[in-house]
Design a protein around this ligand. Sequence first.
Ligand code: SAM
Length: 349
Amino acid sequence: MKALVDLIEASHHLDDDQLRVLLTTTDAVVVDYLHERARAVAQAHFGTGVFVRGLIELTNVCRNDCLYCGIRRSNHHVARYTLTTDQVMECCESGYTLGFRTFVLQGGEWGDERADWIAGIISEMRRRWPDCAITLSLGEHSREVYDLWRECGADRYLLRHETHNADHYASLHPAEMSHDQRMQCLQWLKELGYQTGTGIMVGSPGQTVDHLIEDLQFIREFRPEMVGLGPFIAQHDTPLGNHPNGTIDMTTRLYSLVRLMLPSALIPSTTALATLSPDGRLQGILAGANVVMPNLSPADYRDQYALYDGKAHTGSEAAEGLQQLAAQLATIGYHIDWSRGDYRKNLAP
Ligand code: SAM
C-alpha cells in the first residue's frame, strides 16, 4: 500500500479504487507514511513556515438555511450581529500591528443589496493596507458582485463546494440552494482572477467514502489555489445537531492526499480540527497543511459566530494568542511565516 503513496506523490493522481484503499486502510504504518510524504512535500515547497491569516467574522446574519450550520436563518437562538465598517478597520489595524499581512472577511450570506457596502470596506482596506492580501468568504453572489469586489481590491475567495455529489448536497441544503449554482460561482471566481479556495466538511451527515473520492477528484481537476477541509461538528440547534462529528483521522488523511495531489496548494489546518483536540492544529500541519487562521474578530462577538458547538476561539486560535501559537508550532519544529503567503505554483526548485 505504501506504493500507492509513492504513486500519488510522483504522479499527483490516483484512480478511484486506489484512493479508496488509502481512505479506508486501517494500517497505521501506511497512514503514517502518507502523512510523512505529505509533510515532506509541504516542507519542500514552504519550508517549516506556516502562513497566518487574520480572520474577521463580519456578520452572523445569513439568508441561507444550511442544515448543518449554527448561523442558518432558522436558528432563532442566535443573537445576530454585523460589524460596522469602523469595527472592521479596527480589527485590521490591530491585526496589522500584530504582524498579519492577510485579512479574511468571512460571514453569513446576504443578498446583493449589501454588495456596495462590502465593496466600500474592501476599498478602504486596500487603501489603508496596500501591502496586505484581502480574502473574502462571503458565500454565493452574482458574477457582477464578485467582479465589483475584485475590482475594489479583493485577492482571494474561499467558497467550499461542501460536497461534489449533487444528491448529497441536496441532503445538506434547503431546496433553494443548488450544487450547480455553487459550481457556477466557483467557476466565476476563477475566471475573475481570484486565488480561489474550495473544500468540504469531513464526516458531514450522509457522507460516504465514494463521496470523498468524488470530492478529491473534483479538487484535483479544479486545481484551486486553496483547499479548506475541516471536520463536521454538530451544532445542537440545527436539524443535524445529533449527528456524530467528523474525525481527526479522516480529516488529516485528506490533508495529506490533497497535498500530494496539489503540492503548492495553501491548506489551512482549520479551527474545526483544533476544536476536536487541543493538538488538532498541529496534527493538521504534520499531515501537510501550511496555513492557520487565528481569529481577529472583536472578542465580544466571537461566541455569536457559533457555526458548531465548542468552536475554539481563544488561546492559539485567537490573534492575541500568537505567542502561544508560535510556541505550539515550535514544539514540532515549525514557525510562523509572516509574509502574505500568496499562491505560487511550483515553489520547489
Ligand atoms: N457563508 C459563507 C459560505 O457559505 O461560504 C461563509 C461562511 S460559512 C459559515 C463557512 C464554512 O463553515 C462553510 O463553508 C462550512 O463548511 C463551515 N461550517 C458550517 N457549519 C459547520 C459545522 N457544523 N461543522 C463544521 N463546519 C461548518
